[in-house]
Design a protein around this ligand. Structure first.
Ligand code: SAH
Ligand code: SF4
Length: 356
């Protein structure tokens, strides 16, 4: 991690305290935050209402940009992927996606940003590129919020929704995640409403309870991908630690605390989890929680044997859900978008392979 902390990980109170320690009046904090979040400043030099000596001093204590864009950023039919280098030389990905009607039912001129929470992932789901080289480290709050600032700046788009569905398991980095969420949410910060943020988890039941206790009404998505322990544990090792019953208990707890519907994500992988029996089990799980279901045809990952089932199987799976009254959607994108699942670009880069 960078030895110089990112100022984008501090809230107003913390910044005021730091300014007081530097012998500065507390109102400087509001000035600096205004430069960063309202005016989009990328260096302290441009903060012209601060004394020059203070600007120099701030540069020696903080960085504003703990990540820099590198080649490899690409656009597909629908998405735009950004590859960022962190100050310790590691890589993460952030993906800009036009409207996500499945999640929010919104107009198509809106943008969703898919944000990473860790470098790599320790949970080792068998189908996922993010976990292939294991876990490196947590992102700090400043590195999480900086992804939002950097993509707004680079794309020129206003970002309406945030999904923590990039690399990593957000609930395994709960403290930094909650800090980042509060900064992204704050009126002095990025100003995105809690209801426009979704945290996706592979099912860490104890952390789901802690997350439920947090006052902000952030949405929750759960990567289920298997509707029985037998199927789920073949592709998601986390299920051995927190089996489906324990996961569902924690989701009922979440539901008792929050107004938003839970979303189940369910990747369809041929001959693994796409049977009609799994669809029926999934329907009964979703119905007990009044949850929505997003079906996602699997995106191939180089080096892994899995693939998506044909369209008739996908449609049949969907029909079993909808005929049982479940609010379900099936992603029907054309072809496989630029390695659309997060983690794949970064994996190539870290392995020293060419990013095409
Ligand atoms: N660790 C969290 C959040 C990051 S993954 C989680 O697992 O929920 C975001 C989503 O992408 C998860 O639902 C994950 O299962 C899915 N995913 C991973 N690899 C994929 C692939 N190759 N094709 C389609 N979805 C994939
Ligand atoms: Fe980690 Fe989520 Fe990928 Fe599983 S699906 S390896 S939890 S990022």
């Amino acid at each position: 991690m960078s030895s110089i902390p990112a100022i984008t990980g501090l809230d107003t109170d913390e910044l005021e305290t730091r300014f007081n320690q530097l012998g500065q009046p507390g109102y400087r904090a509001a000035q600096v935050l205004d430069w960063i979040y309202a005016k989009g400043a990328v260096d302290f030099e441009s903060m012209t209402n601060l004394p020059a000596s203070l600007r120099t001093e701030l540069s020696s204590h903080f960085t504003i940009s703990p990540l820099s864009p590198v080649d490899g950023t690409r656009s597909g039919d629908t998405t735009r992927k950004y590859l960022f280098k962190l100050n310790d030389g590691r890589y993460i990905e952030t993906v800009l996606i036009p409207a996500s009607p499945a999640l929010y039912g919104e107009r198509s001129d809106r943008y969703t940003l898919c944000v990473s929470s860790q470098v790599g992932c320790a949970y080792g789901c068998r189908f996922c590129a993010s976990g292939l080289d294991g876990f490196a480290r947590n992102l700090d709050a400043g590195e999480i919020t900086a992804q939002v600032l950097a993509v707004s700046r680079l794309s020129g788009k206003k970002i309406n929704n945030i999904v923590f569905m990039g690399m990593g398991e957000p609930l395994a980095n709960l403290q930094n995640l909650l800090k980042a969420i509060s900064i992204i949410n704050a009126p002095w910060g990025i100003g995105i409403g809690a209801r426009h943020m979704t945290v996706s988890t592979s099912g860490l039941a104890p952390q789901i309870r802690k997350f439920a206790d947090h006052p902000l009404q952030v949405r929750l998505a759960v990567s289920l991908h298997g509707a029985s322990d037998e199927v789920r544990e073949t592709i998601m090792p986390v299920n051995k630690k927190h089996p489906i019953d324990e996961l569902l208990d924690s989701l009922h707890y979440y539901k008792s605390k929050k107004k938003q519907k839970i979303t189940f994500e369910y990747i369809l992988i041929e001959d693994i989890n796409d049977s009609s029996e799994q669809a029926r089990l999934l329907a009964s799980i979703a119905s007990s929680l009044k949850a929505k279901v997003n079906l996602i045809p699997y995106n191939r990952v180089e080096g892994l044997p899995w693939k998506r089932p044909g369209e008739p199987v996908q449609e049949a799976f969907l029909k079993i859900l909808t005929s049982r009254g479940i609010q379900a959607t099936l992603r029907r994108e054309k072809g496989h978008d630029i390695e659309a699942a997060c983690g794949q670009l970064r994996l190539r880069k870290e392995r020293g392979e060419k990013v095409p």
